[in-house]
Design a protein around this ligand. Structure first.
Ligand code: PLP
Length: 386
């Protein structure tokens, strides 16, 4: 049969048969020479790794079981006991926990700093020998934007590897490798797949660095299943049109929310009011600042919960990057591991809502938020302390 399939086939198999014992030995020891066992490599999963490398403009790429699996493999490929990581104060809660609970337990020193302040970043990186500098393009949940060119320069001056989580941006908005990052990691669960139906992770970068990650993936088994890889590949085909629409609606909704009673502040990198708007303008695709908003409500935690409960169009769930709008209260969800003091240090106020803007009509979202804000203003809920 010479006709090629239009989609990447799902190789739903654990094992691949070789012609003879010698060939099996070759493919089992080097995943690039062929396929033996799907924990090591699988054609559908390899196709996703290659597709992400192309999207991120990396020499090579790899797909893993989840975003956290990808972050772990990227970090573990670079770190050993006694090494030091510098990460931002504003960083996804589970990444912070992975650094503090898992890596620190194996003897890695983890220090957090404000990487948006160049002097503070330089001081933190120079304070002791640093093996890895880690940052997010757009931080979860505060939307703090990292100046990759500046942080990459500081990291490289000290001989550190610069690893970037690009999940909130997606490769359509930002290309961290072109700005100096050594490795770019993404949760494939979010914008890449785009429909909230799969858990996945990807990494791209130089081929020798990706080989190190492949080794960790094989050793730890954070392998993506072929059907899950297929779903992300299918999502990637519509990434550009989805993110264009997410961004257009987010920019308009953010500008409108800024003018509503009960809204203290809206943080969207595409708005001139965002503290790193200039960095975003320099680093992002022109006019496309992603689909994520942070909204600070004047009424604090109780107002945040009241708005979430009153919204009718949004999914009450803890993810992002989907066709459906999702609104979460980070202090109770994605950053739940942090104390009040740590939340304050990371810029997460009690009334902060994270909005992942979906593909709904702008007018419908405005109507829903207008009604929810009105209910929240009238709500007299007792403050819930956590
Ligand atoms: C910025 C960021 N990075 C990584 C992850 C982890 O991704 P996953 O849930 O696919 O493990 C998330 C999940 O929300 C995230 O928001």
């Amino acid at each position: 049969m010479d006709q090629r399939p239009s989609s990447v086939p799902i190789y739903q198999t654990a094992t691949f048969s070789s012609a003879d014992a010698g060939e099996l030995g070759d493919v089992a020891s080097d995943p690039r020479s062929g396929y033996a066992y799907s924990r090591i490599s699988n054609p559908t999963s390899s196709a996703l790794g290659a597709a992400y490398a192309e999207l991120a403009d990396g020499e090579a790429g790899i797909a893993l079981a989840s975003g956290m699996g990808a972050i772990h493999a990227a970090l573990a490929s670079q770190l050993k006991a006694g090494d030091r990581v510098v990460a931002p104060l504003a960083v996804y809660g589970s990444t912070r926990t992975q650094l503090i609970d898992t890596f620190a337990r194996f003897g890695v020193q983890v220090d957090f700093a404000d990487l948006t302040d160049e002097a503070a970043a330089a001081e933190a990186i120079a304070a002791a020998p640093t093996r890895v500098v880690y940052a997010e393009t757009i931080a979860n949940p505060t939307t703090v934007v990292t100046d990759h060119a500046a942080v990459a320069r500081l990291a490289h001056e000290r001989g550190a590897t610069y690893i970037v989580d690009n999940t909130f941006a997606s490769p359509y908005v930002c290309q961290p490798l072109a700005l100096g990052a050594d490795l770019v990691v993404e949760s494939g669960t979010k914008f890449l797949s785009g429909h909230s139906d799969v858990i996945a992770g990807v990494v791209a970068g130089r081929a020798d660095l990706i080989r190190g990650i492949e080794k960790v993936q094989i050793d730890t088994g954070a392998t993506i299943g072929p059907f899950d890889a297929f779903l992300v590949l299918r999502g990637i085909m519509t990434l550009a049109v989805r993110v264009e629409r997410h961004a257009r609606t987010a920019a308009a909704l953010g500008a409108w929310l800024e003018r509503q009673d009960g809204v203290q502040r809206v943080l969207y990198p595409g708005l001139p009011t965002h503290p790193q708007h200039e960095v975003a303008t320099r680093q992002f695709r022109p006019g496309v600042a992603g689909g994520m908003l942070a909204v600070e409500l004047a009424g604090g935690r109780s107002a945040g919960w009241a708005v979430i409960d009153a919204l009718t169009l949004t999914d009450l769930t803890a993810s992002l990057g989907s066709v459906h709008t999702m609104v979460v209260h980070p202090p109770s969800t994605s950053q739940r591991q942090m104390t009040e003091a740590e939340l304050a240090e990371a810029g997460i106020t009690p009334g902060l809502l994270r909005v992942s803007v979906g593909l709904e009509d702008l007018e419908d979202l405005q109507d829903d938020f207008a009604a929810a804000l009105e209910i929240a203003r009238g709500a007299e809920r007792p403050a819930v302390g956590v």
